[in-house]
Design a protein around this ligand. Structure first.
Ligand SMILES: C[S@@+](CC[C@H](N)C(=O)[O-])C[C@H]1O[C@@H](n2cnc3c(N)ncnc32)[C@H](O)[C@@H]1O
Length: 611
């Protein structure tokens, strides 16, 4: 299954009401609980969330793991929602509308380069589809914007950038992009001096657009509890999880791990990452001088306006956006796509998620709106209505009406629903066996989302398994793979399924093996490989691949099917052994009737030796 959003939310481990010392002064029951909790080995004592091991190691993980965090982990960071082509098309439309309106570019000469920046590029498909679509818009409109466009793809993780280059994601836009190491907390540190972004008149050219997709949720935040003029802040303590015997997993002792936690170097962080899964976090609110918290004064004023007591302070996103606005043209814009709370609530919950080992905190959108949208300096635009999940916002200094209009047209709820409508209907029809009707709706869906490889993948499976037309399924999967050849093991599995159903077993095997090259922990690819091995009567190979799949199937999604296939293969293997045994007996009894049987030879030899 392709993950389609931030779905696998990790339940927040509920914060303890207070520390062990407080519990000790409380009832016997709470004392008992406190003692039980204090029995855990502490690796790092209470610190603010953004300084905690949980946060730091989560950041380190994304940095080190590169695109494998999205495509090869057992519980990967979801990326499909921003990388299926739809968001890229919408973003390209907004930029194009701005350039067309003539308002954008007032600071530029008509022949100057147009710079745009994406921060936190992940697998890089958003950039690729943005450039594809923008080129197409310019071709249709007869404009030279694409020729003048330079797309700066930035990330804090060098590995992420090299993975994009290694996979050739932007290869068909040579000359129109640059990969750059950029920290979203300090975007102005290197970019302005980068010679690549100086215009002909030797001055820095501002960015016409900045794209931030699931980037701001990676930046630090704090949670404050405000009472009058005093504030408490969420602190995190990292312990070895209950019932974990460290020695079973690492040679490092608790003391050594504590030492590593105090050391900031990458070596120590790497060692801690290896055992990070064994840690558990405890939460507690501790008194803090709000003036020492970034944007603390603003948080206090903001909290006073409503009656909210607990507040998620998205200070990393605030700092990043403020600094990015300095790099954006006056008529340029920042397009944000992220998750988080959109209503101010009395008890702001902090949406804290973990995928693999990376940690994210959803944004406090009302707070960001209050900070950026209320003065005269900036403009903050929301769609008039929006759905659940991902939220889009436009931010700028002097947004052109055409930019606002295009943003509304592309990102409001009705537009999003219209896009999905035929797909929803196609699924409903397919579910109840109305396949011809489903095919018609899929056709409409393709018209509305032509370059969506996730949709092509779904239609390929529909063609192969529902319409029983594997040849068409194969061709559809190949179209999807043209758009995304290296970042989805699922797509290769779908191609393999079509090939298998068509009887092209060797090619099916190659497709499944290609899926495993992309994602070595892919269970579906192994399950399907078992069918190929079974069909080729290579039963030991089938059993091997099933055993590995069972070990990797952490969610148990394939468990029943794997066990069933295993039973079937074992049955076939037992039959084969029985046939071999019977053949052997036949052979022996045949030999027994002739003078040439091996037994006879041995008997003769024995007698001669005895003589
Ligand atoms: C959750 S991923 C989102 C990737 C992609 N935009 C998407 O929507 O699929 C966050 C990305 O931001 C990068 N990142 C995290 N912190 C960053 C920072 N401070 N500055 C720049 N990039 C950062 C990560 O390396 C990763 O590529």
């Amino acid at each position: 299954m392709i993950a389609t959003g931030l779905s696998a939310r990790v339940t927040r481990q509920s914060g303890r009401d207070n520390s062990t010392e407080k519990a000790a002064a409380a009832s016997p029951a709470r004392q008992l609980l406190g003692q039980a909790q204090s029995g855990r080995s502490v690796i790092q004592d209470f610190v603010p969330l953004a300084e905690s091991l949980e946060w730091e190691l989560g950041q380190q993980y994304l940095k080190e793991r590169g695109n494998k965090a999205f495509i090869s982990d057992a519980s990967p960071v979801p990326f499909v929602v921003n990388n299926d082509g739809t968001l890229s098309r919408n973003a390209a439309e907004v930029l194009y509308a701005g350039l067309e309106s003539g308002a954008q570019g007032a600071e530029r000469g008509a022949r100057d380069e147009i710079f745009v920046l994406e921060l936190g590029i992940g697998v890089g498909l958003f950039a690729r589809f943005f450039l594809d679509h923008f080129r197409e818009l310019c071709r249709k409109g007869g404009k030279d914007y694409y020729d003048r466009l330079c797309y700066v793809a930035g990330d804090k993780s060098e590995r992420m950038l090299t993975d994009v280059a290694r996979h050739g994601i932007l290869a068909n836009h040579a000359g129109h992009y640059r990969l750059r190491l950029v920290d979203a907390m300090e975007p102005g540190k290197l970019l302005p001096d980068d010679v690549a972004f100086q215009s002909g008149r030797n001055r820095r050219t501002p960015f016409q657009a900045v794209f931030l997709n699931y980037l701001l949720d990676c930046l630090p935040a704090s949670v404050l509890e405000i009472n009058g003029d005093s504030a408490q802040q969420l602190f995190v303590r990292t312990c070895v999880a209950r019932n974990v015997s460290l020695a079973d997993f690492t040679d490092l002792s608790v003391e050594q791990l504590q030492e590593r936690a105090k050391t900031a170097g990458p070596g120590a962080r790497r060692e801690l990452l290896e055992v990070y899964g064994l840690f558990a976090s405890e939460y507690d609110y501790r008194p803090v001088d709000y003036k020492t918290v970034p944007y603390g004064e603003f948080a206090l004023q903001y909290a006073r306006r409503g009656d909210s007591k607990r507040l998620l302070l998205s200070y990393g996103p605030m700092q990043s956006l403020e600094k990015l606005l300095d790099l954006v043209a006056d008529d340029g814009f920042i397009l944000i796509n992220d998750y988080g709370q959109t209503q101010a609530t009395r008890e702001d919950e902090f949406e804290h998620q973990r995928f693999s080992l990376a940690t994210f905190v959803g944004l406090n959108f009302p707070l960001l709106k209050a900070y950026f949208g209320e003065g005269d300096k900036y403009q903050w635009v929301e769609p008039t209505a929006e759905g659940e999940g991902i939220h889009s916002r436009l931010l700028g200094k002097d947004l052109a009406p055409a930019v606002r209009e295009r943003f509304e047209a592309c990102f409001n709820k009705a537009a999003q629903e219209k896009l999905q409508e035929p797909l929803v209907k196609a699924r409903q029809c397919a579910k109840v066996g109305r396949f011809e009707m489903a095919a018609n709706y899929y056709n409409e869906a393709l018209e509305r989302q032509p370059g969506n490889w996730v949709l092509l993948n779904e239609i390929s499976m529909f063609l192969t398994f529902s319409l029983r037309d594997p040849k068409a399924g194969i061709n559809m999967a190949k179209l999807a793979l043209e758009l995304n050849p290296t970042l989805s093991s699922d797509l290769w599995c779908t191609l393999g399924d079509g090939l298998f159903e068509f009887g092209r077993y060797a090619e099916a095997r190659a497709a499944y093996l290609r899926a495993l090259e992309i994602n070595e922990s892919d269970v579906r690819a192994r399950f399907n490989l078992a069918f190929v091995h079974g069909r080729e009567k290579n039963y030991p190979a089938a059993l091997e691949v099933i055993a590995k799949a069972l070990a990797l199937d952490k969610t148990g999604e394939y468990r029943e099917r794997l066990l069933q296939k295993q039973g079937e293969i074992l049955g076939l293997l037992a039959q084969r052994h029985q046939q071999e045994y019977l053949r052997m007996i036949n052979l022996v009894s045949k030999y027994a009737q002739t003078d040439n049987s091996p037994q006879r030879h041995r008997d003769t030899e024995k007698k001669e030796n005895e003589k």
